[in-house]
Design a protein around this ligand. Structure first.
Ligand SMILES: *Cc1c(COP(=O)(O)O)cnc(C)c1O
Ligand SMILES: [Zn+2]
Length: 411
């Protein structure tokens, strides 16, 4: 079956050399190679003057309300799972504790497979169908994989997932229950990534690997679109995001810029990008002003433990464009943020999910963020994804006999 082109997409443009391509099934720029990430281009004037625009008159309360700003064919049926339009919470007790006037948490752990990655995977499976694939694959440290498995199950695609050795057990379990074929690679994430690319060529699978697939980051963009719409009367000074490959913060930045172009907001909040101390190549490139140097990784925040990020240029461009900053946090600070966001905000995030909260706390201590400013932290993944780390952040249960005396002895 042949589907019509996405309505408002005009092409793909290289982030390095600006060469333009048609919006087809290609990955990176021919001139710049694997580093030449392509960015989807839209006709914003046409979107602005579209008389049937749903952006100003939305009917759906998920991220497909922004379909005009997404690279998906208007005639493709949408996955039935509820992706996006996640809640934003005002959390004054957490705000007071970390020393900021106003703080919001946007809980993306509430997506169908419990992480931000569902935004990208939902666009990925639609592109696979549009391009005529029956099978889709990715290499992932966990969430991109579980998300691809869930969304593939929803639309009836077969999924193949390459995981590195250290993926947490709950994430692996998600893959298997959704029926993905899981290949655990006896090697690093890097090796899993390369192997996935080779297998896609060999077997004719669609490659969802989000670092290089230009369409995936468009799905991640919807969090930025939502923040602008949900917060337009209360726009925070800062939007805080944890950073691994760089697609999430790059996408959110693009979404916020688009909402400014379309007149929803009149300024773009400053982006605060947060990396783990044990995996900070984008942070280093941001402050050195030089090209990225790949690094080793050592952090409990497995979802942002990326030593060779693919989308670092996009991440840095967006942080600079917003006049934002970057910061790093230790595993101890991440564990503390897990406790604080749960106990004072009521939101349980995985380590990478709360790294943003840890980063904001530190940025306040360092004076990068001022106490009289406001911030929104995106919680990117649910805490049940990684019980092992959560246990490190908590105390023990109290064991008692089945009588009141035994309970009294504990207090
Ligand atoms: C993937 C992921 C991130 C970071 O996104 P990148 O695009 O890799 O920068 C942050 N938090 C969670 C929970 C993730 O799964
Ligand atoms: Zn190029």
């Amino acid at each position: 079956m042949k589907y019509p082109q996405p309505q408002f997409v005009t092409g793909l443009k290289c982030l390095i050399c600006s060469r333009e391509y048609p919006a087809d099934n290609r990955f990176t720029c021919t001139d710049c190679g694997i580093q030449g990430i392509l960015d989807v281009q839209y006709d914003y004037d046409a979107i602005r003057s579209n008389p049937k625009s749903e952006i100003r008159n939305p009917k759906s309360f998920d991220h497909w309300r922004y379909r005009e700003l997404l690279p998906v064919s208007p005639e493709l049926p949408l996955p039935h799972l509820h992706v996006g339009w996640t809640p934003v919470y005002d959390v004054p007790r957490l705000a007071k504790h970390i020393g900021i006037t106003k703080l919001f948490l946007k809980d993306d752990g509430r997506n169908p497979t419990n992480s931000f990655k569902d935004r990208a995977s939902s666009v990925g499976v639609m592109k696979a169908i549009e391009f005529g694939f029956n099978e889709i694959a990715c290499a992932s440290t966990g969430n991109a994989a579980s998300s691809l498995a869930g969304l593939s199950a929803a639309v009836g695609l077969k999924s193949y997932i390459f995981v590195p050795k250290r993926a947490p057990e709950p994430k692996l379990t998600q893959l298997l229950i959704f029926g993905a074929t899981v290949l655990r690679v006896n090697g690093t994430y890097e090796q899993a990534f390369d192997l996935c690319g080779e297998a896609c060529e060999k077997f004719g699978w669609y490659n969802r690997s989000s670092g290089i697939n230009p369409y995936l980051v468009e799905g991640k963009k919807t969090a930025g679109l939502e923040i602008a719409e949900q917060m337009k009367d209360n726009l925070p000074d800062w939007v805080v995001v944890s950073v691994g490959d760089g697609c999430t913060i790059g996408g959110i930045g693009k979404g916020l810029q688009e909402m400014k172009k379309l007149g929803f907001i009149d300024r773009v909040p400053k982006l605060l990008g947060v990396q783990a101390e044990g995996a900070k190549p984008i942070y280093n490139a941001f402050y050195s002003g030089k090209d990225l140097i790949p690094s080793d990784t050592n952090t409990i925040a497995d979802s942002i433990a990326v030593g060779t990020p693919r989308n670092w240029r996009r991440a840095i461009q967006q942080v600079r464009l917003s006049q934002g900053e970057m910061i790093t946090v230790s595993d101890e600070e991440i564990l503390e943020a897990m406790r604080l966001t749960a106990r004072l905000g009521g939101v349980f995030g995985e380590p990478a999910g709360v790294a943003g909260a840890a980063g904001l706390h530190k940025a306040l201590q360092k004076g990068i963020v001022k106490p009289n400013e406001s911030a929104l932290v995106v919680i990117t993944g649910n805490g049940l994804k990684d019980i092992q780390s959560a246990k490190r952040a908590t105390g023990e249960v109290l064991n008692v006999e089945p009588n009141l005396k035994s309970v009294e002895e504990k207090f």
